[in-house]
Design a protein around this ligand. Structure first.
Ligand code: GUN
Length: 297
């Protein structure tokens, strides 16, 4: 039997449609346009593509996009001064500083300078703390996208399921584990020092792979009928000389023979990240103006 393919591209498009409607009602209620500022430091080609896509999709849902491209040798003080300026601006509801930053910059110090109300990336310690405490706050975009896909596939009640998260990054592993826990799953966080990883993963009803190792998760690690969420985006050489292709952290074809449902790469979790960023920006705009969260999502 072949697994159901979880179509993140289609889900993200539907979500952006709803966000567009949410933006329209926000504009007519408040007279304000929600605004997202994105800061890119340096010339990393993958980051440039992400940032260009973010700007395009921000405008498509009716929000204002403010882009800041700074040279790779930008000083910490200059970057922090820009964050301060964006914190103070009324027309900026959300701020995202694209990671990774060049090596001489202190990433955590920059992220923590963002006002928590505008932390639409959900990476500030206040956002992380609110998530652990079970308080409302901004949830980082990729983990939020994973949860939306899991609940759309398995139904809203995933309580009691065994979930194994592979990877413990601040961007994905840790927050997605917290979200699964909040949804009453029994959560195991596996990582590079986990012993007998295959056996740990084999108990999972839900697997979230976020390690950044191409096709590491094999079919015999997967419990028959599991839901497999692949967050990895790895560029590997293709069969065509000189070309590359994208693969996830999961060996897709063989795992699809065992799983109940699985996200492809590309077209699975990837498109959800920007859609969730727009979702967070609309919610930030509403919260900053004393409105309730938009409950459609
Ligand atoms: N780089 C890759 N993914 C992300 C993300 O979700 N947020 C930020 N700020 N940088 C990233």
């Amino acid at each position: 039997m072949t697994a159901r393919v979880i179509d993140g591209k289609a889900y993200a498009a539907k979500l952006r449609g709803l966000i567009g409607e949410g933006v329209e009602s926000f504009k007519s209620e408040t007279g304000h346009v929600p605004g997202l500022a994105v800061v890119l430091v340096g010339e990393d080609p993958a980051s440039r593509v992400y940032v260009a896509n973010k700007a395009k999709q921000t405008v498509e849902v009716g929000m204002a996009s403010f882009e800041y491209k700074l040279p790779a040798d930008t000083a910490q003080d200059t970057l922090v001064a820009l964050v301060d300026e964006l914190n103070a601006r009324d027309d900026v509801d959300g701020i995202l500083v694209q990671l990774p930053l060049p090596g001489h910059l202190d990433e955590l110090a920059v992220i923590d300078r963002i006002h928590p109300d505008k932390d639409v990336d959900g990476l500030h310690v206040v956002s992380a703390g609110r998530l652990v405490a079970g308080l409302p706050g901004h949830v980082s975009c990729t983990p939020l996208g994973c949860m939306m896909l899991i609940k759309d596939t398995l139904g809203a009640d995933i309580g009691g399921k065994e979930a194994v998260v592979i990877g413990r990054s601040i961007l994905v592993g840790k927050p997605v584990a917290q979200l699964l826990l909040a949804a009453n799953c029994t959560v195991t966080m596996a990582h590079s020092r986990t012993k007998d990883l295959a056996n740990v993963v084999r108990r999972a009803d839900i697997v979230v792979a976020a390690v950044g190792r191409a096709e590491m998760v094999k079919a015999d690690w997967i419990k028959p009928g599991a839901c497999v969420i692949d967050v990895g985006i790895n560029r590997v050489p293709s069969a065509v000389e000189g070309k590359t292709r994208l693969v996830g952290d999961v060996a897709y074809a063989e795992c699809a023979e065992v799983a109940d449902s699985i996200t492809p790469v590309p077209g699975g979790v990837g498109p959800m990240t920007i859609a969730c960023l727009l979702h967070n920006t609309l919610q930030a705009a509403r919260m900053r103006r004393g409105m309730e969260m938009d409950k459609r999502f």
